[in-house]
Write a protein that binds this ligand. Sequence first.
Ligand SMILES: *[C@@H]1O[C@H](CO)[C@@H](O)[C@H](O)[C@H]1NC(C)=O
Ligand SMILES: *[C@@H]1O[C@H](CO)[C@@H](O)[C@H](O)[C@H]1NC(C)=O
Length: 252
Amino acid sequence: MLFKVCWILVACVSKSILTDSSAASDDNTCSTVQNKCASRVGCGMALHNFFIGCHSVIYGETDICTVQCQRALISLLSTEDKVGLAFMNCECDNNEFCNTRKQRVQICTKDVLDAMESVNYSTTVVSCTLAQWICEADTSCYTALRYYVSHCGQLIDGHVCTSRCNNSLDILYRQDKATQLISCTCDGSEDYDCIKLRRNTERLCFNRDVPYHSINDDDRNGARSLAMFVWSVSLEYLVLFALGLVIIRTLS
Ligand SMILES: *[C@@H]1O[C@H](CO)[C@@H](O)[C@H](O)[C@H]1NC(C)=O
Ligand SMILES: *[C@@H]1O[C@H](CO)[C@@H](O)[C@H](O)[C@H]1NC(C)=O
């Protein structure tokens, strides 16, 4: 299921991007494109997610495209200014590791291209985890999401929607790349209590007591708190970002 949703989403976000020739730039060598990507928050995030999430694919430890690698590619393909896509299509400049990497990642990109042919954008359902990745690949959406996470901690306990929280929610919802985050469905793969958060947001901030029709009612992650989510996300990004930087430096 997740696999399917992944590809549909990849197809959606990459359909317009891949068919747009403006993605090609004059200096298309991988080291140039990689530096350009790494210097932006959103693309840099997607890039280190790619090197970590696609590690087993890049190093030939697997013959299939892993879910982590699919997600990383989704993130990379949805970056602003199409720098992530340019990185996927860059010229290796006789760098052997670069050539091997590109060749191995093709087990993933082939599926992406195939899926693009059969997708209907208007009927695609997106899981909240994937929607989060899309948002995080965009610098301003990423920033808005961080504000939301840091100001809306009380929502998960069902106490109050503070004006700061409501304000950051408003800013988040105005981001182009947050569209899928607003309509996403909780499928249980989230690392926080997605259903509770969605319900409380509706009830406390918008005064609507309508549960999302597509929400899975099985409240498995009930014990998890948003605080835990905030903490794990912050920690994860700190570690991943440092690791990503080290990997990027080493590889380029
Ligand atoms: C996509 O789905 C919508 C709603 O079901 C439909 O109206 C539209 O014609 C479909 N588009 C394509 C290209 O199949
Ligand atoms: C939050 O903001 C919306 C407008 O964006 C408003 O309709 C709503 O009443 C606000 N909720 C609270 C709890 O302040």
